[in-house]
Design a protein around this ligand. Structure first.
Ligand SMILES: NC(=O)c1ccc[n+]([C@@H]2O[C@H](COP(=O)([O-])OP(=O)(O)OC[C@H]3O[C@@H](n4cnc5c(N)ncnc54)[C@H](OP(=O)(O)O)[C@@H]3O)[C@@H](O)[C@H]2O)c1
Length: 347
C-alpha cells in the first residue's frame, strides 16, 4: 500500500468544479495540485481560493505535468470527450463528470483509450455512493424484496442554471437535456434492476414550457424494459420548486420507498428516509450518514484515492457510464419518434 497523497489536477472551475475542488481539498489522502479554468476570471478565482495550487488557462499544458496522478474533468458536457482524451493520452487516471460523452462513439473511444493505456476511467454518477440510495441497492442485492420487478426513480426540482456562456440551454453543447439530470436516474434504475440483465428498450415523452424550444424538456418521463422482464419508470420535472427525489422499488416479496428533500440539490441539511416492507412488516431503515450530492462528491474523491492506492473497484466504470449515455440517447430518440426505441449495447 502506498500512503503518499494522491495528486489531483482539476479541469473546470465552474459551479460544480468548485465543489470538486473543495471535495479534493477536504479528502484524506488527496491533494489538489493544479486547476485549469477557461476564462481569466475563473483562473483568478481559483488562485484566490487556493493560493498554493498552480492555476492554468490551458488544460493541455496542465495535463502534461508528470507529477499528477488523477485528473478530474468538470467542464461542459460537449467538451468531455476532448478534455478526457487529452488526459488519457497524457497517461493520467481520469475522473470524468457525467454524462460520460454526448455520443456513444465518444464513450467507446474513451473506453478504448483507457483500456489500451491501463488507466482508471471513473464516471461521476456519485449517487451510487449515497448512504441511502446505496443502502437500497444493498437491500435489493441481499434479496430483501425478493426478485426486483419494478423501479420508479422520480425528481421534481427548480429549473436548471444556464452554465458558463449559456451552454446548458444550447442543445448543441448540452447534447440533450436527458443527459443532464435524468441520466443519474437511468443509472440508478439499471443498478437496482441489474439482476434482470440489460435494459433493452425505452419509450419516453417530454414537453417544454418554452415556446419554440421543445428540446428544452421541463417535463420528462420514460418507461424502460429489461431483458429479464422488469421495468423502470424514470420521471423528472424542472417546472417545480426545491429538490425532491423519490425511489420506489418492488419485488416478488417486498418493497422499498426512499425519499430525499432539500431547499436545493446542494444542501448539507436535507431530510431523507428509507422505508422497507419485507412482505409482512414495514420498517424505517436507519441511515447512519447524511446523504446528498455534496457528501457523495467527497466519497467519490475518497473512492478514487482508494482505487489509486489499493486497487479498490471504481464506483462507476466507463462501461457503466456508456450504458447511462445509451439509455438517455435512446430515450431522446423515442421522444422524437414517438415510439419505443432499442438501447444500443456495446459491440
Ligand atoms: N454529478 C453531478 O451531480 C453533476 C452536477 C452538476 C454538474 N455536473 C456536470 O459537470 C459539468 C460542469 O457543470 P457545471 O454546472 O460546473 O458547469 P458550469 O458552471 O458552466 O462550469 C463549467 C466550467 O468549465 C469551464 N471550462 C470550459 N471550457 C474549459 C476549458 N477548455 N478548460 C478549462 N475549463 C473550461 C468554464 O470556465 P469559465 O468559467 O472560465 O468559462 C466553467 O467554469 C457538466 O458536464 C455537468 O453535466 C454534474
Amino acid at each position: 500500500m502506498n500512503d503518499r497523497p494522491v495528486r489531483f489536477g482539476l479541469v473546470g472551475f465552474g459551479a460544480w468544479g468548485q465543489h470538486h475542488a473543495n471535495a479534493i481539498q477536504v479528502t484524506d489522502g488527496a491533494e489538489l495540485v493544479a486547476v485549469s479554468a477557461s476564462s481569466q476570471a475563473s483562473a483568478d478565482s481559483a488562485k484566490k481560493t487556493y493560493e498554493a495550487v498552480d492555476v492554468y488557462t490551458d488544460y493541455r499544458e496542465m495535463v502534461q505535468r508528470s507529477d499528477l496522478d488523477v485528473i478530474d474533468v468538470v467542464v461542459p458536457s460537449y467538451l468531455h470527450h476532448e478534455v478526457a482524451s487529452a488526459v488519457l493520452r497524457a497517461d493520467k487516471h481520469l475522473l470524468l463528470e457525467k454524462p460520460m460523452g454526448v455520443s456513444l462513439q465518444e464513450c467507446d473511444e474513451m473506453i478504448q483509450l483507457a483500456n489500451d493505456r491501463e488507466l482508471m476511467l471513473a464516471v461521476g454518477h456519485e449517487l451510487r455512493l449515497s448512504s441511502m440510495w446505496g443502502k437500497a441497492k444493498e437491500m435489493i442485492d441481499d434479496g430483501f424484496i425478493g426478485d426486483p420487478l419494478y423501479a420508479l426513480v422520480e425528481l421534481s426540482r427548480n429549473p436548471y442554471r444556464q452554465g458558463a456562456n449559456g451552454w446548458r440551454y444550447d442543445i448543441d453543447r448540452v447534447g440533450s437535456w436527458v443527459l443532464e439530470e435524468p441520466i443519474h436516474f437511468f443509472d440508478l434504475a439499471r443498478w437496482y434492476l441489474q439482476s434482470n440483465g440489460n435494459p433493452s428498450s425505452v419509450y419516453a415523452s417530454a414537453n417544454s414550457r418554452q415556446p419554440g424550444h421543445p428540446e428544452l424538456q421541463d417535463n420528462f418521463s420514460a418507461i424502460m424494459h429489461f431483458d429479464g422482464g422488469a421495468y423502470a419508470v424514470v420521471s423528472q420535472t424542472l417546472a417545480a420548486f426545491e429538490h425532491h427525489q423519490t425511489i420506489k422499488v418492488t419485488g416478488t416479496k417486498g418493497a422499498l420507498w426512499a425519499s430525499w428533500s432539500g431547499a436545493m440539490d446542494r444542501t448539507r441539511h436535507p431530510t431523507f428516509s428509507l422505508r422497507a416492507f419485507d412482505g409482512e412488516t414495514v420498517q424505517t431503515v436507519p441511515i447512519d450518514k447524511p446523504t446528498g450530492e455534496l457528501f457523495e462528491l467527497e466519497d467519490q474523491i475518497a473512492r478514487m484515492v482508494d482505487a489509486f492506492r489499493n486497487g479498490k473497484e471504481l464506483h462507476c466504470t466507463g462501461k457503466d457510464g456508456r450504458w447511462s449515455v445509451a439509455m438517455c440517447l435512446a430515450a431522446e430518440a423515442s421522444i422524437r419518434s414517438g415510439k419505443p426505441e432499442l438501447i444500443r449495447q456495446a459491440s
